[in-house]
Ligand binder design. Structure first.
Ligand code: FAD
Length: 517
């Protein structure tokens, strides 16, 4: 049953989880506490759910901070077990990336009494750190209209035309960071960065907000399995990465914000979700052309590129992109290529990253204009060597002009007067339809994301709650969402985290009210 705002009502069975003092086992059998309130199994192996719940209660009383003396604190807990329900509820967030951290902070902001624990297997916010070449492209400041914004998501574009970004869009993100002390600037192309030009500003802000709001962050621990208990809670198995130990932690709410990690996908499937096969997005193209290496570093301000792949619907609009392009040592990069790689991610994967790239190097000129310009140039510069004089209207560098002449088999040392009009028409044709063989996928160091993950059809974008499992939420790259470069991927993470955190915070507050009434 769903409530009218799309948020599932809490499972009332959860109230059965307050243990009676008689259920407390002898002290020697009690598990040892961990910093987060996570617990090791006792000498009998797995803990009973009731006991997990009990340990949970003791943690709440201590605001999630270290409990040094299990004995003492457990008895304290038993004495206070009639406190309000809200303080007994816990959100566990799997993954301390952008989506998980933002979601945790938001949940704790809406419901300060909720225990919020993030389990992170590595270092928190590690992708934020390296993002945008170490500057962190937080969001995009030129796509404020949600319809235009949605167009920047090869996976997600249809679904994001709805309320998703209206609930927390780029302006809200920028305000949030500004309000929390991170001054931002918008560059000419719309990318938003911290004024400090350092991702550390973003990380410090988020870490300090987590500390202030008492979000508990546990690092070096992997959530390996998850199941549901009879009472409708989540039971998480957590393994430490460095030592051979296992802990179990119970949660009333769960956000899976595990990015593109396979373990995260596994957790989603354990809770009944399907996974759309993950494939890479945002990569450069390897091009088969021995002469291209000589052009390494050449940039084109504006080209139009069409990607032709076998078994793909002809003239698929997104496989044609206009914008800057860059020649690398072994192929092409730049916004046009990255956008093509994103829109064609799945087709490219299916084609083994092989296809034909047709590039128009003079996209603002009709082919007849290109021919006319060449003929006029021949008239005006008849006595100059072809290589030394390229029509300025084309805006091409000499190195690339030589490449074009070489490809046409023209000697650059001949004079313009000596070149036939037919040869010039061929040059015009090559400039408009220059074909390159794509032979593979390169590694683009600045940004890389994964297409695929939990299908959007399996969650409600109004709440980020699973349509399959009540109180389970997803945010960020774990979903079948990916954006092109320019801050769109982080925006997906901030928005998803914010909506999930808000939904959980409201549910936790409602639970408190229920208890009071
Ligand atoms: C090099 C690079 C640069 C980028 N630059 C930009 C940019 O400038 N702008 C932009 O918009 N996007 C950028 N991106 C994309 C952006 O980083 C991601 O879209 C974004 O980080 C996704 O956030 P997330 O929280 O969903 O996932 P992540 O940031 O991947 O966080 C997921 C976290 O979950 C943890 N985790 C996973 N499974 C488990 C588990 N089972 N137990 C415990 N922890 C787990 C992982 O260790 C990870 O820390 C860049 C990506 C890369 C790789």
């Amino acid at each position: 049953m769903k409530s009218t705002n799309g948020i599932s009502p809490r499972n009332d069975n959860s109230k059965l989880y307050c243990p009676h003092p008689h259920q407390i086992p002898p002290v020697n059998d009690l598990p040892v506490h961990e910093r987060s309130g996570a617990v090791y199994p006792n000498s009998r192996g797995f803990m009973s759910f009731t006991l997990v719940r009990f340990i949970h209660t003791s943690i709440s009383r201590n605001h999630g901070f270290p409990i040094m003396s299990p004995k003492k604190k457990l008895f304290t807990t038993a004495a206070t077990s009639t406190s309000p329900k809200s303080s007994e509820e816990r959100l566990v967030v799997v993954g301390g990336g952008a989506a998980g951290v933002y979601g945790a902070i938001r949940a704790k902001t809406v419901a300060p009494n909720l225990d919020v624990v993030i389990i992170e297997k590595g270092k928190p916010l590690s992708k934020v750190k390296i993002s945008g070449g170490g500057r962190c492209n937080v969001t995009n400041g030129h796509c404020l209209d949600k319809m235009i914004l949605a167009e920047h998501y090869p996976r997600g574009n249809k679904e994001f035309r709805g309320s998703f970004f209206s609930m927390h869009g780029p302006v809200d993100t920028m305000s949030w960071f500004s309000d929390h002390g991170v001054n931002l600037k918008t560059e000419d192309d719309g990318r938003v960065f911290p004024v400090s030009n350092s991702s550390s500003s973003v990380i410090e802000c988020l870490m300090s907000e987590m500390k202030k709001r008492r979000v508990l962050l546990q690092t070096g621990k992997v959530v390996t399995t998850v199941s549901t208990t009879v009472g409708g809670k989540f039971l998480l198995k957590i393994e430490k990465r460095t030592i051979n130990s296992v802990e179990y932690l119970e949660a009333d709410y769960l956000i899976i914000a595990s990015g593109s990690s396979r373990q995260g996908y596994t957790l989603a499937t354990q809770l009944g979700h399907s996974i759309i096969d993950p494939v890479p997005s945002l990569f450069t193209f390897k091009i088969e052309d021995p002469h291209l290496a000589e052009l390494s570093g050449v940039t084109f301000h504006k080209v139009k590129a069409n990607l032709k792949l076998e078994n793909v619907q002809k003239n698929k609009p997104q496989l044609s992109q206009v914008g800057p392009m860059l020649v690398t040592h072994w192929g092409f990069s730049g916004p046009v290529i990255l956008r093509l790689s994103a829109w064609g991610a799945r087709d490219l994967f299916n084609s083994g990253y092989r296809g034909i790239l047709l590039v128009d190097f003079t996209p603002d000129l009709h082919i007849e204009d290109v021919k006319t310009i060449l003929i006029q140039h021949k008239d005006h510069f008849a006595k100059q060597k072809v290589l030394n004089s390229c029509p300025s209207k084309f805006g091409l560098v000499k190195r690339f002009w030589k490449y074009i002449l070489d490809r046409e088999g023209l000697d650059g040392n001949i004079l313009w007067a000596s070149i036939s009009n037919n040869s010039l028409y061929s040059v015009a044709s090559l400039l408009k339809h220059c074909s390159f063989g794509v032979t593979g996928k390169g590694i683009f160091k600045d940004e890389f994301v994964t297409a695929g993950g939990v299908p959007l059809s399996e969650i409600s974008l109004n709440t980020m709650e699973s349509r399959i499992q009540s109180h389970l939420f997803f945010a960020g790259e774990v979903l079948n969402v990916d954006g092109v470069t320019g801050g769109f991927n982080f925006q997906n993470a901030w928005t998803g985290g914010y909506i999930a955190g808000t939904s959980i915070g409201k549910l936790a507050l409602d639970a408190t009210l229920e208890e009071v009434i």
